[in-house]
Design a protein around this ligand. Sequence first.
Ligand SMILES: [Zn+2]
Length: 315
Amino acid sequence: MELYPNVYQIQSLFGGRNLFQYLFVGDNTVLVDTGIAETPERIIFPYLDSLRLPLESLTLAVTTHADLDHQGGNDAVKRTSPGTWLSCGAADRALVEDPRALYDIRYNFLRADHDMGFDPDPAPDAGKARRMDLCFTGGEIIRLRDGWHLEVLHVPGHSHGHLALYDPLHKTAFVGDAIHGRGCPYATGGLAIPVTYYYVDVYLSTLRYFEHLPIDALYSGHWPIMHGEEIRDFIAESRQTVELLDRVILTSLERNRAGLTMKELVDAVASAVGDWPPESWTLAMFPVKGHLDRLEEQGNVRALRGTRPVKWELA
Ligand SMILES: [Zn+2]
């Protein structure tokens, strides 16, 4: 779908959710995210074909953040078009380059202490290991053609190195999974999975940053296209969700002085939100752990280290 002249949204489905990549066509052609392992060959390359763009015209592929549905196609892009530069946020590089690291460090980091996580081995969807050609830390300018460029924004929270791209000429932002609302929807509506931000304070500062950026249209990795007030509402809902999680975790621990496991806290949070599908609740371990880390730093909670799975209690 052409969003506006020379800018395209490429759509497919993954787990019932929309999975979007974006394409900017100028003197330089820039792809935002590469999907899962099969997305380039199945979706992106045919899309380029339909625009009569040879694959070799792809200058740069930007992976917004370390997750298998955004980085999984990097190997296929590089294998098919060796001249295309692969890039991501500097702080996400190790995870984006290697699905083994993605699983060990990002997806299964709670397994030992908290008995929560995913399959130990990377799914085929995560693709193959691939080195980045270029890393961004935010503030860089990507020239599309004379008079038209993208600004690289560093918008952490969901991951340390999360990037967004801002088109100041059209006041549009391409934010990947930087903003979560109350969760991520199915393509057909209703929530598919919980919020999955992790670093709470930087997530809040990312929300504030977007609030003050002039954005007429917001394009993301999975959420519907938003304009004007919808963007303001989405950011407000994101902040309210952070406040809700903090409150639910603290009141749950107040009511359970013997402590609660991560899984019990995830259940409490998910029940309070109300419409995350139960089969996806595990994913709330990311924000719950993020909140617990922050509450621990603030001196409000502590982990009972001797227990397995670890229990948390009020400090
Ligand atoms: Zn995603």
